[in-house]
Design a protein around this ligand. Sequence first.
Ligand SMILES: [Mg+2]
Length: 221
Amino acid sequence: MTAPLNVTVPLVVGFDLDLTLVDSHERIISAYIRALGDLGVQVSAEELTPHLGMPLSDTAVAVGAAVDADALVLRYRHYYDEPDAPRTLEMPGALEALRCVRAAGGRTVVVSAKFTPAVHKALAEAGLTDLVDAAYGELFARDKATALLSEGTTIYVGDHPGDMAAAHAAGAYAVGVTTGANDEAALLAAGADLTVADLDAFTAWLPAHVGMSGPALRLWA
Ligand SMILES: [Mg+2]
């Protein structure tokens, strides 16, 4: 008789930033509209919203703005960092989600497409810095897998199909959260292993999937 395979892996949970852990929606939209306006392109918040979460220049292409990418980035960062820019808030349940990973003996990692200094600023403004063990910026979609792999990430939580692709590329369990522009069907189609309506649902789900003796995950299937 063979003993059951008792495989344990350390719990490392990665989170996307925008519309997963923090809401900098208003701030992003405002910076985009002003930056594109400087370059002679008028766009509305409604036009921009479905394309958030991508690199700046990709969003510009998506809304049909033929602008110089470097000029756009420069102006966008200027407006994004203005002291009177709309505040970045924590998404509902973000604090509890990070805490529950720690309580389960795990580490927390943030991997975002955002400019790296803006990642740290957003976490600080949302009051989440102390609950994040490592943060990476300037990685989009599958590129996020490099950071996820280097941190040994076991679960990655995000609101974008690119986040699901990154999770799979890194061999992590992909959790899609529908607090961004993508619904359950879009996230499942992109390979989500699980979708949740918000981070409170993630916090409710996690403990039952973590082993009793420390940071070990049960097998998914
Ligand atoms: Mg996002």
